[in-house]
Design a protein around this ligand. Sequence first.
Ligand code: NDP
Length: 483
Amino acid sequence: MSYSGPTDLYIDGEWIASESGETFETVDPASEDVYATVVQASPDDVDAAVAAADRAAGRDSEWRSMDPRERGKRLNAMADAIEDRKEEIVLVESHDNGKTPFEAGLDVDMVIDTFRYYAGWTDKVQGDEVPVPGNRFNYTVREPLGVTAHVIPWNYPFQLAGRSLAPALACGNTAVLKPSSTTPLSAMYYALAAEEAGIPDGVVNVVPGRGSTAGNALVEHPGVEHIAFTGSTGVGKGVMERAAQNVTGVTLELGGKGPNIVFPDADLDAAAGGVHYGIFMNAGQMCWAGSRLLVHEEIHDEFVDRLVERAEATTLGSGIDDDGRMGPVVDESQQAEVLEYVETGKEEGATVATGGGVPESRDEGYFVEPTIFTDVTNDMTIAREEIFGPVLSVIEFADREEAIEIANDSPYGLMSGIWTTDLETAHTTAEYLDYGMVSINEYPVTQPQTPFGGFKESGSGREQGTEALHEYTQTKNVNVNLD
Ligand code: NDP
């Protein structure tokens, strides 16, 4: 099936070709066929998008001066437009990224909820009165930043774009969205939704293109006031460095190596379900994947048996097969990288309990078998690096202190999980984990209302919840001398 949605750049309310005339192709990872040819934004196009967003963000612009309640209505209308097109977006995302329709459906639902959540905040972003000495009146105002850039990876293309767009727009900012060149298509649906919701021209701009050209031009642009970057820690560090040249604010949502800690008193059925879901969902291509399983020595063998059974019962399917429970990884190079990690795991002494290769049942598509390694120690490459594929590394521990020590011994600090029926174990372990998110007896879980972000090299700043309202506003202090 071929793609029939938009493929042009969306700048200042117009669908246009690139100045350079260049295009690029996207491939369906389940069939290895070209799925769409998309216009490729050049640095000049990025310049035009930032200029349009800048005009639309001006103090007297329609968007900036709009009654906040009206802005909320338009965000709700964007949510409605996305909801109306849900089926189409799910199909496009499945073809473009490889995720199953079930997974793509969850992503679209999360975006709808996120837009509705922030639509409710538009008339509640307020300042404070500050008690100061003397005969003075002192207050703060929370103002929008202006042009915000949104640089998005390929693993959750639609959901991650919506996660930062919704709060940025709710706070009265304008946006330039650069999706990954691996999965550029679902981003187009934000432009369609903005058009249908009556969002003024220039408020939402979409510039599909390569990271090294369009992405680079966007993060270096002096007209951009804030960069919401979601992607790898390596690229994120470079973005931060370049943003510093213009003192541009950044929110960095980067990689992870999540520990899922299973204590012997846990409900093992529930834990096995959560651990399985936490690593094989989205074919393991998740920043918050529970890619390290820390399991107590008393239950190690029994628990691994349960996981192996589940992994071997997982059906692999193309993005559009209804019975496919795990899709392919996103492209050929990602498949090669994951398989290389598997080889490294073996060479370093870990044991493949199941999987470890390309499934024989599929003769096309970039599939990798659900893979579980046992006999892993925390110094092995497969325990330290983000594999970004369906590979679980199982590490044994003897007591809580050791579990916490292993969990925290990582450059990352994004998502962590705890499985126990003991309240004291749950809360004490949560207190000691150096992670931005801890989930107890459920993995992984997040909502538009809850802050999302990491400690250490997993990032800086937070998306979602009320925290994002701080990321997308700046405080102005006004002092009035009353003498
Ligand atoms: P990358 O860092 O490779 O790319 C992320 C985005 O940055 C893409 O749009 C990419 O464009 C763009 N980009 C690449 N190079 C540059 C550059 N020099 N300047 C500006 N932009 C650039 O990440 P992946 O797409 O490979 O995504 C996987 C990573 O994302 C994993 O590490 C994962 O953990 C992380 N992630 C973090 C999340 C979080 O919330 N913490 C959520 C989801 C993923 P292009 O693709 O066209 O090269």
